[in-house]
Design a binder for this molecule. Structure first.
Ligand code: DLL
Length: 433
């Protein structure tokens, strides 16, 4: 594989936009000519490739949805022939058929390039030992991170998920400097390490976590950094875009979206209108160079804000803020929109509260109920019962004022809620069971 192209990260903005326009036009012409799916979609929308005369004209193109991939299972949207494919990944999805993603050699190269940029943005390079504790296999996390880490000349420790005690021993013995995994798995590892009498902060060389694949909050970042003595970076992507692709840099001021690979828009979920930078809405991504499974104006369902100012690190590509939730995991409790990330945000500000929680939504008669089960810290656990009552009241009040809805609270012993090696499942919605 060729070395990655770090110079692209500082390309002047006007040059980047010219490049994006050229790539967009080429992709749209290619799809209109060769893909039945896209040609039909564009005709339905009354748009022809000749109508794309500027980058802003991307807004004329039809949206794509996750449902389109499921409806065209397994490969009817692919625009490369089978013999050009070098890999499949498959995402389980929450309902119905899984989503199959195919990759040409060029797709794998661009994907590795984006991860090479992501890792170097987080200050990693040759000499680092990167433990990849995302799942290897059909999930994109493990192999994606693996190729990116090799591309920058780092040493990879491909532990995948599971066998946590062994992972911690290897982390110590092989002088691992960075770990790539879900934030919830890193929390679990920290706890298991403590049980083994090992402090990740004091007894290992770990200095960075490249964490993603699930929502996590700024407060969670602070806790992880303070507790484990590392820098925790947010990495984002979805299987349809290739897998993990985009990350923060050492400034930790938003996720860089590599503009030569992806065009980013944030839209109003209701009207589909493109929003200005700084406004919160639904993320829409067009992959500019993808071959096997092209994604044009893909409505991912994640909620964020576009930051268009260049970053202090010198990279010129646009950034998005930390994902604050999903359009579709938004819970509606008695008419009020609630995101699990808001709950996490509120809980972690309260001293005495541990790192794990679970939301149980149910219905009593016609009324939605929401119970938040929260682990308390070891120190709070040894407090008097009256102190625990005060803590419970405090949590109830904080949640009510943050969410504008009354919430039941149950404080549970440290270590009682389920732990996850991959993506965590924080919400149990019994209304749909
Ligand atoms: O989770 C790809 C990935 C692997 C990203 C490893 C980062 C690290 P999917 O399984 O298709 O792909 O799930 C994609 O996960 O639409 C978001 O809702 C959520 N997600 C991913 N990263 C983040 C993040 C991988 N950093 C879905 N913050 C996305 C919040 C995230 N949500």
């Amino acid at each position: 594989m060729p070395p990655w192209n770090p110079r692209m990260e500082e390309i002047p903005r006007d040059e980047l936009q010219r490049l994006q326009f050229r790539l967009l036009k080429t992709q749209v012409y290619r799809l209109y000519s060769f893909s039945e799916f896209y040609r039909a979609r564009m005709k339905e929308q009354g748009v022809h490739p000749d109508d794309i005369r500027s980058l802003a004209d991307a807004a004329k193109l039809p949206f794509m949805y996750k449902g389109d991939l499921r409806d065209n299972y397994p490969d009817r949207i692919f625009s490369a022939s089978r013999d050009e494919l070098v890999r499949y990944h498959v995402s389980s999805g929450t309902t119905g058929k899984p989503t199959v993603v195919g990759y040409t050699r060029h797709d794998i190269e661009n994907w590795s390039e984006s991860l090479a940029r992501a890792f170097t943005s987080c200050g990693l390079g040759r000499g680092d030992v990167i433990q990849v504790s995302y799942g290897y296999g059909l999930f994109t996390g493990g192999l994606g991170a693996h190729y990116g880490a090799e591309r920058i000349g780092a040493t990879v420790l491909p532990t995948s998920v599971g066998n946590t005690e062994r992972q911690i021993e290897l982390m110590q013995d092989l002088h691992v400097t960075a770990i790539a995994c879900t934030p919830s798995y890193l929390l679990h590892m920290g706890e298991v390490a403590e049980k083994m009498g090992i402090s990740i902060r004091d007894d290992t060389d770990l200095s960075a976590g490249i964490l993603g694949a699930e929502p996590w909050s700024e407060q969670m970042r602070e806790r992880i950094e303070d507790w484990l003595g590392i820098k925790a970076y947010d990495i984002y992507g979805t299987s349809e875009l290739s897998g993990p692709m985009f990350s923060e840099c050492t400034e930790q001021q938003g996720i860089h979206i590599w503009g030569d690979l992806a065009l980013v828009e944030v839209i109003d979920s209701g009207t589909g209108e493109v929003l200005a930078p700084g406004e919160q809405g639904e993320l829409v991504i067009t992959m500019l160079q993808k071959e096997a499974l092209p994604m044009v104006r893909y409505r991912i369902g994640d909620i964020t804000v576009l930051e268009d100012e260049p970053c202090a690190c010198g990279r010129t590509h646009p950034r998005i803020r930390r994902i604050s939730g999903r359009v579709d995991d938004m819970l509606i409790i008695r008419g009020i929109n609630v995101f699990p990330s808001q709950v996490e945000h509120a809980l972690l500000e309260i001293p005495g509260i541990g790192r794990h929680f679970q939301i149980v939504v149910d219905r009593q008669g016609a009324l939605d109920t929401m119970l938040v089960r929260v682990e308390i810290s070891e120190e709070a656990f040894s407090d008097k019962i009256t102190d625990l009552m005060v803590l419970k009241k405090k949590v109830e009040n904080r949640l009510r004022s943050t969410l504008n809805v009354a919430v039941g609270v149950e404080l549970v012993e440290p270590g009682t809620l389920p732990r996850f090696e991959g993506k965590s499942k924080k919400v149990i919605d019994r209304r749909s069971m």
